[in-house]
Design a protein around this ligand. Structure first.
Ligand code: WCA
Length: 329
C-alpha cells in the first residue's frame, strides 16, 4: 500500500473512503478490566487466574476496548458464561442483527467520505467470524444501506484476524478487473461469539480482543464526479502462509460458541518470517530491477530496517509482542 499519486493512481485500485465504528460499551479501561470481568462472570473464586489476567493486561499495551455485550445481557443469559451449557443459538441470534448493523455504521461513514450515493456500489465483500447463518450478513448490510439489487456480494467467513487483508485484496482484484467497479469492503466482529467466563484457555483472548467494524470503498480510475481524491493507492496485495504452522491459530464452532486458540509461539513466528514476506511482496514494485538486492537486509539486531521505514506499510498488530518482533527484524 502507498500514498496516492498521479498516473499510478489510475492503474491501481485505491481506497476512496474509510469508516470505522465501535459499540459504546466498555468493560474497562484495561487497568480495571480484570476486576470487572471477574465480577460480571462470577469468577472471583479464582484469584490466581485473576492475578494472571491482570499481569497480561499490563503487558498488553492496550488502554481500552469496546464491547457489544453488556452486564445486563450477561445477567439475562447465564449460558454465555458456562461453556458446558449450549449457547450457540443465543450467540447466533444476538449477532445476526448486531454484526451487520455495526458494519452499517462504519460503511455509512466510508460512503460519505467517498462522496457518491450508496446505490453506486457495484460489489460488496463482507468478512466476519462473528456470525454464521444464511441469508448472511452481507445481504443484511446491502439491505440496510440500500445497495442496488444487482450488487455482487461475497462473504468471507471464519478467516479470523486476516479477514480484513483478504477482503481488501479481493476488492483490489475486483476493482482493477471490472471497469467502473466500486467495491464496498466491510469487516465487523463481536467477541460475544466466543465470550465465556475466564479459564486457562481463553485468558489471552480476553485481554486482547474487542468489538468493532471497519469499511472501505475501493475503486480504480477513471474517477467519477464527486469522488474524493484517493486516500491510499493499493499497489500490491499478497498472502504468504508459513509452512507447518497450522497448529498456531485456530477457531472451532461448538455448542458453547466459538473456541479459539493462540499458540504462545505466534509472535516469534511472525518476527522470524515477516521480513521474507515483505521482500517477496515488494520485489519488482519498490525495486524495479529484478536482479537488484531486496530493499531491506535486516540482520535481527535492529540495524537493517532503515529502508522499510521510508515506506508506508502496516501490519495487523495482533498484540504488543508481535509489533515488538517486527520492529526488531
Ligand atoms: C500480552 C501477552 C499475552 C503477554 O505479554 P508478554 O510480553 O509476552 O509477557 P510474558 O512473556 O511475561 O507473558 C505473560 C503471561 O502470558 C502468558 N502467555 C503469553 N502468550 C500466551 C499464549 N499465547 N497463550 C497462553 N498464555 C500466554 C505467559 O505464559 C505468561 O504467563 P505467566 O508466566 O503465568 O505470567 C502477549 O504475549 C500477547 O499479546 N500475546 C498474543 C500474541 C498473539 O498470538 N496475538 C494474536 C494474533 S492473531 C489475532 O490477532 C486474532 C486471532 C483471532 C483468532 C480467533 C478469533 O476468534 C479471533 C481472533
Amino acid at each position: 500500500m502507498g500514498s496516492s499519486g498521479g498516473a499510478a493512481a489510475r492503474r491501481h485500485a485505491a481506497m476512496l473512503g474509510i469508516g470505522t465504528a465501535n459499540p459504546t460499551g466498555i468493560l474497562g479501561p484495561q487497568d480495571v478490566f480484570a476486576d470487572n470481568l471477574f465480577r460480571v462472570t462470577n469468577s472471583d473464586h479464582l484469584p490466581e487466574l485473576k492475578e494472571k489476567l491482570k499481569r497480561i493486561c499490563e503487558k498488553s499495551g492496550i488502554e481500552k476496548r469496546h464491547f457489544h455485550l453488556t452486564e445486563e445481557t450477561l445477567a439475562a443469559h447465564p449460558e454465555l458464561l458456562d461453556r458446558e451449557l449450549p449457547s450457540l443459538d443465543t450467540r447466533v441470534d444476538m449477532t445476526a442483527d448486531a454484526v451487520p448493523k455495526l458494519a452499517q455504521c462504519a460503511a455509512a461513514k466510508a460512503i460519505a467520505e467517498w462522496g457518491r450515493p450508496a446505490a453506486d456500489i457495484t460489489h460488496l465483500v463482507f468478512s466476519t467470524y462473528s456470525t454464521c447463518q444464511a441469508p448472511s450478513a452481507d445481504l443484511r448490510l446491502a439491505t440496510l444501506l440500500g445497495l442496488r439489487a444487482t450488487v455482487s456480494r461475497t462473504m468471507l467467513s471464519l478467516h479470523g484476524c486476516y479477514g480484513g487483508g483478504r477482503a481488501l485484496s479481493l476488492a483490489k482484484e475486483l476493482a482493477e478487473n471490472n471497469r467502473g467497479a466500486r467495491v464496498l469492503v466491510a469487516c465487523s466482529e463481536m467477541t460475544l461469539v466466543c465470550f465465556g467466563a475466564p479459564d486457562g484457555g481463553n485468558i489471552v483472548g480476553h485481554t486482547l480482543f474487542g468489538d468493532g467494524a471497519g469499511a472501505v470503498v475501493v475503486g480504480a480510475g477513471p474517477f467519477l464526479d464527486g469522488e474524493r481524491r484517493p486516500i491510499f493507492e493499493m499497489v500490491s496485495a499478497t498472502q504468504t502462509t508459513i509452512p507447518r504452522t497450522e497448529h498456531a491459530l485456530g477457531m472451532r464452532v461448538s455448542g458453547g460458541g466459538i473456541d479459539f486458540h493462540l499458540a504462545i509461539q505466534v509472535p516469534t513466528l511472525v518476527g522470524q518470517n515477516v521480513e521474507r514476506c515483505l521482500v517477496d511482496a515488494f520485489r519488482g514494485i519498490i525495486v524495479d530491477d529484478d536482479d537488484a538486492p531486496p530493499p531491506c537486509s535486516g540482520n535481527g539486531n535492529g540495524n537493517g530496517n532503515a529502508r522499510w521505514n521510508e515506506l508506508f506499510w502496516a501490519v495487523h498488530p495482533g498484540g504488543r509482542p508481535i509489533l515488538d518482533k517486527i520492529t526488531r527484524c
